[in-house]
Design a protein around this ligand. Structure first.
Ligand SMILES: NC(=O)C1=CN([C@@H]2O[C@H](COP(=O)(O)OP(=O)(O)OC[C@H]3O[C@@H](n4cnc5c(N)ncnc54)[C@H](OP(=O)(O)O)[C@@H]3O)[C@@H](O)[C@H]2O)C=CC1
Ligand SMILES: O=C(O)CCCC(=O)O
Length: 484
């Protein structure tokens, strides 16, 4: 499975292509479940040793000019672009998403490095108007220091670069703990970073037992910031673990995205937007549509058209041409989607399409459409993280907004309407960090990505993304002494 270009990308002492002892972790192919490689695990002692190396690397790195940092990051960006194909193959192998989506993710991942290389030189401080004639007030921007990232399996490349690139651009170092299912893409990105000339120890990868690695990172006073993407449950735990050392935190947690389709929506645009948002990465994205609220007048037409579009999806090994839906990440993910379907059907929902594991077995799952879903069903309250499109019916705008906001989550929401006043009104009323209006595709490196409520803290991408890795230091200077 691992061909020559991939071998070169995985040339790292912590990666082996032959079976290793028990303190190495096997990484398997998401579609075939065959082993791909083994990665070395880190216990708490090894994590602490890595933190000590990271401290030294960060001290040296912050002495470099922003231009030097930007140039090195730009070199990393270019190498990723040049290696897009092998990186995409590796990503599909360990994660499962179709190759076309994996290529897209590599481009998306690279875009964060280019963006933050550009932003490295724009971390301006300030000179403030002083309230006293003898004082001058200045604000300097300085790197936070040593940072850590804990990342999920659904975007093995983009979730690394979205955190690492702003950290390095700001003058921080980074320790990354990738998800156990998808560490190989991280190693490949690190190989390219080293080739681009990024100093040793600036980006260190820590695999191993998530609880032990997480505890060691959180307990360390040298680690000044933690950025996490994953479940709300683990986010809450990490937040508590970071309290004793009062770390800065960025948390990008679960979503339960509503889509509101009004009677006056452009039907084709709504179907396209829902398909894009719902079935990206087989529904395993935190901004994926989870609840599709459709106004009565368009309900029948939209459900018919959506059934047709879902029926055209092709499930299979992401490397096969034409496949649009790869396997789910594991059997736990399959069980969760199945439980949402079973719960909804037992409470009166209608199964229009799909409904269970695909005939291929493994963790392949049929794209599923449920109609007549209500707020009392689990899918209304929990993130499904799978290829289940659940259609709810509503009558009025106020009812739709109330149902959409009736959740602890607040990451992304979408609405489809041709009425400009309603576009403003509803966007403002939705309690979410991001709102797509007549589109299901909102993610890019320039926009601030993040949520409110239990969906997290902070923003990634955009100017805000680098601010998360900078401290403001205030200088107050008295200039009244005449001096020598
Ligand atoms: N916001 C998002 O993008 C994501 C949301 N989710 C949501 O979470 C659900 C469960 O997915 P799951 O993969 O279990 O997500 P988790 O939150 O468990 O995993 C995400 C990352 O956190 C690590 N982790 C897990 N437990 C701990 C811990 N105690 N201390 C430190 N790190 C920890 C994992 O490591 P390891 O892999 O080694 O266990 C992984 O690197 C999904 O169904 C979905 O609803 C999941 C992934 C991404
Ligand atoms: O948290 C996720 O699910 C990954 C981010 C997806 C995106 O950037 O659109």
């Amino acid at each position: 499975m691992i061909n020559a270009p991939l071998k070169a990308l995985l040339d790292h002492p912590d990666v082996s292509l032959t079976p290793q002892s028990s303190n190495w972790l096997a990484v398997t192919d998401a579609a075939t479940r065959e082993p791909l490689a083994w990665v070395k695990t880190h216990d708490a002692t090894a994590v602490n040793a890595a933190i000590a190396r990271s401290v030294g690397a960060q001290r040296r790195w912050q002495q470099q000019t922003a231009t030097a940092r930007a140039d090195l990051l730009m070199g990393w960006y270019q190498r990723i672009q040049q290696q897009q194909e092998p990186l995409a193959q590796l990503l599909t192998a360990e994660q499962g998403k179709p190759l076309a989506e994996a290529r897209g993710e590599i481009g998306y991942a690279a875009s964060f490095i280019r963006w933050f290389a550009e932003q490295a030189r724009r971390t301006d401080g300030a000179i403030l108007p002083s309230p006293l004639p003898q004082q001058r007030l200045l604000v300097l921007k300085q790197p936070v220091g040593v940072c850590a990232a804990i990342t999920p399996w659904n975007f093995p490349a983009a979730m690394i670069t979205r955190k690492v690139a702003p950290a390095l651009a700001a003058g921080c170092s980074m320790l990354v703990k990738p998800a156990e299912q998808t560490p190989l893409t991280t190693f490949a990105l690190a190989t390219l970073a080293a080739e681009a000339g990024l100093p040793a120890d600036l980006l260190l990868i820590l695999c191993g037992d998530a609880v032990n690695v997480g505890q060691a990172l959180c307990a360390s006073d040298s680690v000044r910031k933690l950025s996490f993407t994953g479940s709300t449950e683990v986010g809450r735990l990490l937040m508590a673990q970071c309290a004793p050392t009062v770390k800065k935190l960025s948390l990008e947690l679960g979503g339960n995205a509503p889509v509101l389709v009004f009677d006056d929506a452009d039907l084709e645009q709504a179907v396209q937007g829902i398909m894009l948002s719902k079935f990206r990465n087989s529904g395993q994205t935190c901004v994926c549509a989870n609840r599709i609220y459709v106004q009565s007048g368009i309900y029948q037409a939209l459900s018919e058209r959506l059934a047709q579009a879902i029926g055209e999806l092709q499930v299979g090994d992401g490397r096969q041409p034409g496949v649009t839906q790869g396997p789910l990440i594991d059997d736990t993910a399959v069980a969760k989607v199945q439980s949402h379907i079973d719960d909804a059907c037992s409470k009166g929902a209608t199964l229009r399409l799909g409904g269970g594991r695909d005939a291929r077995g493994g963790s392949f799952f049929q794209p599923t459409l449920l109609t007549h879903v209500t707020q009392q069903m689990r899918v209304a309250r929990e993130e499904t993280f799978g290829p289940l499109a659940a259609l709810f019916r509503f009558e009025s705008e106020a009812e739709a907004i109330a149902m959409a906001n009736d959740t602890e989550f607040g990451l992304a929401a979408y609405l489809f309407t041709q009425n400009a006043s309603r576009q403003w009104r509803v966007s403002e009323a939705l309690e979410y960090g991001m709102v797509g209006v007549n589109t299901g595709q909102i993610s890019n490196e320039i926009a601030p990505f993040g949520g409110i409520k239990h969906s997290g803290l902070g923003r990634e991408g955009s100017q805000a993304g680098i601010d998360e890795y900078l401290e403001s230091k205030y200088l107050c200077m008295d200039i009244s002494s005449p001096g020598a």
